[in-house]
Unconditional design. Structure first.
Length: 461
């Protein structure tokens, strides 16, 4: 929950009875001060991420509307063989190399033939859309990444990930994801630990309140409802980040949580094929036979059939239905015999690999289809609301001049060393694992120290 000020000393606060100082009472000033700085200084990054994420939640429908002509074709009674549809795409773009094909999964959908063509950006291929009934090419568009994002959705995705600024732009999204969980958990602790006369106002706003108290009530209640979703977005978003993402990959590898894959490099079979005089071009059984072999193993649409990368390597056929229940089985099909040479079933993934897959797909709005997109949109709107309310509280409490008064510094002196030492070690460990968070936290501390020195020198003059 993105807050920017401590209003608990003046708002809806019931004086506590006399009792010994608790650990939370000692920690609370530190949490308040961190929440204040993170709210004011990190919230702009979170706001941009929320706004672009809201756009991405709707990007699938936008893509379907903008590219309706390419994505759809009049349904017919008969369909051309898949090889004939691929041949139509080759004829339209003879200068490229076919890398994969995605047959239309439902009546009225076109077949998407992916072609590698010189001059395209990294991770981008040419998608040729073919009417499966007539073989007519209905259009050609650039397709980005494994998700097959077309230009509009790819542009929105890049805006969300890096603000269209390339690799330097990824810093913004990583900084936002690194701090989101900290701000959310800190806000949750502050809100739940508040003493209130009516416990109902923990989960619903106090509509009878006015002014600053009303703003805080809405801020806290909205944050409570959104906190689990925000934690999910933070954790899954970090998997795509540049620096923290590399650490996540290393951790997954160390714990054997990586996603399994079929070896389609060709290996010893490629060497045997080369020495025996067989070449992929002459001995290839063709995409129709490959599709039949995959169907015999139970694979069904939507499918992607990937061409062998080199002589002797197999075709890779994989299900690409990422909506629940997930269908992501894969088979490797020998290019010269048409026999399935390897299988990889999603059911055989480790629990960690399944969770990673579901987490990424949930973050992208794929796991539960439209319901997933609506939930992401609500989370984005909730985060935007929290930020606006947080800045409103800060604006109303700000002095006539200056930045605004956070919770008084020096609260760490009241924290017992038995609690402060492990917290400091934890902060260092998290800062190393999430480098941008560690650097920005160090910057907060430096700024705080400098402000304290300035205030001290000002009081002495």
């Amino acid at each position: 929950m993105t807050s920017t000020a401590d209003v608990s000393n003046t708002v809806d606060h019931v004086p506590p009875p006399s009792r010994e100082r608790t650990a939370w009472a000692a920690l609370r000033p530190l949490v308040l001060r961190l929440h204040f700085y993170a709210g004011v200084l990190i919230a702009p990054f979170l706001l941009v991420a929320a706004c672009t994420g809201l756009m991405y939640a709707a990007s699938y429908q936008i893509e379907e509307i903008v590219y309706q002509h390419e994505l759809t074709a009049p349904a017919g009674q008969t369909s051309l063989p898949l090889s004939g549809q691929v041949a139509a795409a080759r004829a339209a773009h003879p200068q490229g190399t076919v890398t994969a094909v995605r047959p239309g999964a439902e009546p009225g959908q076109t077949t998407r033939v992916l072609i590698n063509q010189p001059g395209l950006a990294e991770s981008t291929q040419l998608a040729v859309f073919v009417d499966p009934h007539t073989g007519q090419v209905r259009g050609t568009l650039e397709s980005y990444g494994s998700s097959g994002a077309l230009p509009v959705r790819a542009w929105i995705s890049t805006l969300h990930r890096q603000l269209q600024l390339g690799e330097p732009g990824r810093i913004y999204s990583e900084l936002a994801a690194s701090w989101l969980w900290v701000v959310a958990l800190g806000g949750l602790a502050l809100w739940v630990a508040r003493r209130r006369r009516n416990r109902r106002h923990l989960i619903v706003p106090d509509r009878a309140a006015g002014g600053l108290r009303r703003t805080l009530s809405w801020h806290g209640s909205v944050g409570l409802w959104a906190v689990l979703g925000l934690l999910f977005l933070s954790a899954t978003g970090l998997t795509w980040s540049k620096y923290a993402g590399a650490n996540v990959d290393e951790l997954r590898a160390a714990l054997n949580w990586t996603t399994p894959s079929i070896d389609v490099s060709g290996g010893d079979h490629a060497a045997h094929t080369a020495t025996s005089g067989h070449h992929a071009g002459g001995a290839d059984v063709g995409v129709d036979r490959v599709a039949q072999a995959a169907a015999a193993k139970g694979l069904s649409g939507p499918l992607e059939i990937t061409w062998p990368a080199k002589a002797g390597a197999p075709y890779l056929v994989k299900e690409i239905d990422k909506t629940a229940p997930t269908r992501l089985d894969q088979v490797a099909v020998d290019a010269t015999t048409g026999q399935v040479s390897a299988e990889l079933r999603f059911a055989d993934y480790s629990p960690a690999a399944k969770l990673a897959r579901w987490g990424i797909d949930g973050h992208m709005g794929l796991l539960f289809g439209l319901a997933n997109q609506i939930l992401l949109a609500l989370l984005a709107i909730g985060l935007i609301t929290l930020i606006v309310l947080g800045y409103r509280m800060w604006w109303r409490r700000r002095p006539t001049r200056g930045f605004g008064k956070p919770y008084p510094r020096g609260g760490w002196r009241n924290v017992p060393w038995a609690l402060l030492a492990p917290l400091a070690l934890l902060a260092v460990a998290v800062g190393v694992f999430l480098p941008l968070m560690g650097i920005s936290l160090a910057a907060f501390l430096v700024i705080d120290v400098l402000l304290g020195l300035r205030a001290r020198l000002g009081s002495q003059t």
